[in-house]
Design a protein. Structure first.
Length: 145
């Protein structure tokens, strides 16, 4: 496995996604990018707007699902398709976690030719965030298309 990256995985009518990195923040960023890759052809796309996002959760897996679903909700509310993500803070004590991120997007009307599919929700099916034996953090779940 490379130091950092993401992938999508075929799953019946839905799609699995997985991100990995040296830290939980990198794994979350990569999981979000995997989700964005299902929605838009990001090659050569540059964000035109940045939006701030702050959320909390009881554990890392719950926070991952909340994060991905909040990205989908924010995309609808702002009529923006996201192409980049930077997590500025992801910390917690095992029972309470907080995340601050900046998400870069393109107004939906300006990227219609790049759109691929609609992601409806991140689900708990197969959801996990784990610290692997090789030191990598892996975050993933199945998303409903």
């Amino acid at each position: 496995m490379t130091a950092r990256g993401h992938e999508t995985l075929e799953h019946t009518a839905d799609m699995g996604l997985r991100g990995w990195g040296a830290t939980p923040a990198e794994a979350f960023e990569e999981a979000a990018l995997a989700m964005f890759d299902l929605m838009i052809d990001r090659r050569g796309a540059a964000a035109e707007t940045d939006l701030a996002l702050s959320i909390g959760g009881r554990d890392l897996t719950g926070l991952l699902i909340e994060f991905l679903n909040e990205l989908l909700s924010l995309s609808d509310v702002e009529d923006t398709i996201f192409v980049s993500v930077r997590i500025d803070r992801l910390d917690g004590d095992g029972e309470e976690w907080d995340l601050d991120a900046v998400i870069g997007g393109i107004p939906r009307g300006k990227c219609r030719k790049r759109l691929l599919s609609e992601v409806k929700a991140a689900t708990w099916y197969g959801a996990s965030v784990s610290h692997e034996d090789d030191g990598q953090w892996v975050a993933g779940c199945v998303v409903d298309l």
